[in-house]
Design a protein around this ligand. Structure first.
Ligand code: ADP
Ligand code: MG
Length: 704
């Protein structure tokens, strides 16, 4: 399957055919290219002597002045003086995130006396790096005037007047400082990403601004009105403006050189292989400029980095060297820094990044972008709702953002690893997270952030009232909220997990049932479509092979059996093939498992706690989250759901297919021609009241 990467120049025997498309050339105004001062200070900056200090300061100022946003400095400051809220729209790299907070402070609109500037970022990496950069630009020690706060790491101090923080941290600060009185200006950055957290912040900050204005008008001298700046990299400014009472929009014209956009002539089935081939095609044919490859996640980045370095080691001595630089959220900061450092002599950098590099972080030196067209987004995993490890196609606006990264310093090229037809079918914009994830999960997060009345909350994209009520009912049934509508202790813990609430509950309850090891494993396996491999020409062999894993109690324990065998052979690919196990999905599931283990460890759960042979414990535990997904056997041999009395059928792919047991529990109900249930296990009806005492008492009460 693997194509040979052709190291000879051109005439790519196994290369990818590219189509040049003129229409998609990004045409932008090209301003005179000024030398891009690197302006980097070395780490010992606090020991610079005075002369050096003055020199560096001049260099920094010169760098700042040539950024596109600098010409708009006065307009931004004046607009902010006259308006409570402004929307700033501008190309990535124009200087929004690093410069605007500095302008605000320089103009005296924020200060130690008035209050600081907070700038939110959806990602931790960005918050940390931006604070470092701005500390350098302002020639101050990180943690003094400029600092950052991310989870488990806070470099801010009472002196800090420019503070970068993740949106999650600002939400936390609202819990203890309701009106965010320590800030005079709040900047909500990367608004176009529309994460659930940014959406929550939109509504909350808008309300805080209103209350502070009222208090100020009423003469409360210790309350200053709040200024809000919304920043976005895409053209959706009107929507933000509308939400913030028609706030003024300022456009920063970018400094973008033309970028040629190339599509593949054929769809690519293996994006890693296609990326590898493309990297070397570019490397062999073009002398200058670094390459930025957009990949969906850490695993893809690490495998490709290994491949690039392996092939690069085979380059001939007279050829320019290649160096892979990974960039993803979980990478240690020291390694992330490599991305920004200039490559060694006669070496080209290949930066392999997640969508962090799409808008949050600007990397100098890029001339070529390779876009695999995929991303991982929270909530696109319909199975368990975990930060999706399933890949999802990006939106058109994301594709254009990625393309734009090639034209920061000179004309560039973007290679899209998909066809033009595929591009046409992409969504225009990324769907807001609140629309993608399970609404109960969103409501849980809202409640955990102190928004107790979720029905009245000011949503930018309001979910329907009935769907909100349904979500509340679901959370109530799960005991995540109590009789007064407040989050229970269990609910607070559940909000820590990026899972659909039923799964979060099962996971937390596994501590009591002593089966965390098994539960984590099974949930991970449920996160992928299927771990079985059923080629259409070998259905019978596949079914035969599956038999040896079948557990009489159903799918949950069958999955566990597969995993035990998989572990015994250490995930051997040949074994998977022989046993009709989908090794790719198994690997993905194991990635989810590692992710879940990390979350469990955060709340001090022992992920090795096992129930051994007492497998009923596992099913009882699952029932605490899925008691509403149950059905009981009827005298005629059919199954009727416990809530709703719906006739349900066991899916033919289930281990329970054709079996008669007292009761069933299932993870999903699929509507095709019939109401099929999938992920099914046998239960006893006597387990039900124990799994959800409150719920079943109420149900009984309601019966005549
Ligand atoms: P925006 O928010 O508009 O996308 P930024 O304010 O993040 O832009 O960045 C403006 C410019 O500052 C970038 O184009 C880049 O030249 C420079 N810059 C930002 N961060 C760094 C960094 N960590 N190292 C070097 N240069 C940086
Ligand atoms: Mg920015």
């Amino acid at each position: 399957m693997k194509r040979v990467v052709n190291f000879e120049e051109n005439e790519d025997a196994g290369g990818i055919g590219w189509e040049f498309n003129n229409e998609h050339t990004i045409k932008h105004e090209v301003k005179k290219q000024k030398k891009n001062h690197e302006g980097k200070l070395n780490a010992k900056s606090n020991r610079l002597d005075k002369q050096d200090f003055t020199k560096k300061k001049k260099e920094m100022l010169a760098f700042r002045k040539q950024l596109p946003i600098y010409s708009g400095r006065d307009a931004i400051i004046n607009s902010l003086k006259e308006n409570d809220t402004i929307i700033v729209m501008g190309e990535t790299g124009s200087g929004k995130t690093t410069q605007i907070p500095q302008f605000v402070v320089e103009a005296g609109l924020a200060s130690k006396e008035l209050g600081a500037v907070a700038i939110t970022q959806p990602r931790r990496v960005a918050a940390v790096n931006l604070a470092k950069r701005v500390a350098e630009e302002t020639m101050c020690r990180l943690g003094s005037k400029v600092g950052y706060t991310v989870r488990f790491d806070d470099t801010s101090s009472p002196q800090t007047i420019i503070k970068y923080l993740t949106d999650g941290m600002l939400l936390r600060e609202i819990l203890s400082d309701e009106l965010l009185l320590r800030y005079k200006v709040v900047v909500l950055d990367e608004a176009h990403e529309r994460t659930l957290r940014t959406d929550m912040l939109f509504g909350m900050i808008k309300k805080i601004q209103k209350i502070r204005q009222e208090k100020y008008n009423a003469g409360e001298t210790d309350v200053q009105p709040l200024k809000i700046i919304i920043m976005s990299a895409t053209l959706d400014a009107e929507k933000f403006s509308e939400f913030f009472n028609n706030a003024k929009i300022l456009y920063v014209s970018g400094r973008l050189y033309p970028v040629d956009t190339m599509f593949t002539t054929e769809p690519q089935s293996d994006y890693l292989d296609a990326s590898l081939v493309s990297i070397f095609q570019i490397h062999m044919n073009n002398p200058k400029g670094d390459i930025l490859v957009f990949l969906p996640g850490q695993e893809a980045i690490e495998s490709l980095a290994a491949l690039v370095n392996e092939y690069a080691s085979q380059l001939r001595p007279h050829q320019q060297a290649l160096m892979a630089c990974p960039l993803f959220a979980a990478l240690p900061p020291s390694q992330q820094q490599k991305v920004f450092d200039p490559a060694p002599e006669n070496t080209r950098k290949v930066i392999l990044s997640t969508n962090i590099a799409e808008t949050s972080i600007t990397i100098p030196g890029i001339r070529y972008v390779i876009d695999c067209g995929l991303a991982k987004l929270r909530g696109f995993n319909p199975k368990i709702g975990v930060e999706s490890l399933l890949l999802h196609p990006i939106s058109k606006s994301s594709a254009w953002q990625r393309t734009g990264r090639a034209g920061r310093e000179a004309a560039g090229v973007c290679y899209r690893l998909y066809t033009e037809n595929t591009f046409r079918e992409l969504e225009d914009d990324t769907v807001p997270e609140i629309r993608r994830c399970n609404l109960a999960s969103a409501v849980l997060a809202l409640k955990a952030s102190g928004i107790s009345n979720v029905l009245e909350f000011d949503y930018m994209d309001r979910p329907s009232r009935s769907s909100l009520i349904r979500a509340l009912e679901e959370l109530y049934a799960l005991n995540a909220i109590d009789d007064t509508g407040e989050l229970s202790d269990l609910g607070k813990k559940m909000a820590e997990f990026p899972l659909d609430p039923s799964f979060s509950k099962v996971l937390i309850q596994s501590k009591e049932y002593g089966c965390t090891l098994e539960v984590v494993a099974i949930i991970s396996l449920l996160s992928v479509d299927t771990i079985f491999f059923t080629p259409s020409d070998k259905r019978e062999q596949a079914a035969e092979a599956r038999k040896k894993f079948l557990h009489p109690d159903g799918d949950h324990l069958t999955l566990l059996n597969v995993l035990k065998s998989y572990w015994e052979v250490k995930g051997d690919v040949e074994w998977c093939k022989e046993n009709f196990i989908n090794s790719r999905n198994m690997r993905i599931a194991m990635e989810v498992r590692n992710q879940l283990i990390r979350f469990c460890e955060r709340i001090d759960m022992d992920t090795n706690a096992s129930c051994g042979a007492e497998t009923d414990q596992i099913l009882k535990c699952f029932l605490t989250g899925f008691f509403q997904n149950t059905a009981l056997l009827q005298p005629d041999g059919s199954y009727k759901s416990v809530t709703g009395g719906q006739l349900v059928k066991i899916h033919p792919a289930s281990a329970m297919f054709g079996k008669r047991v007292e009761g069933l529990m299932y993870n999903e109900l699929v509507f095709t021609t019939k109401h099929y249930v999938r992920g099914v296990s046998a239960i006893q009806s006597s387990w039900l009241p124990l799994a959800a005492p409150k719920y079943f008492n109420n149900v009984r009460k309601n019966e005549p």
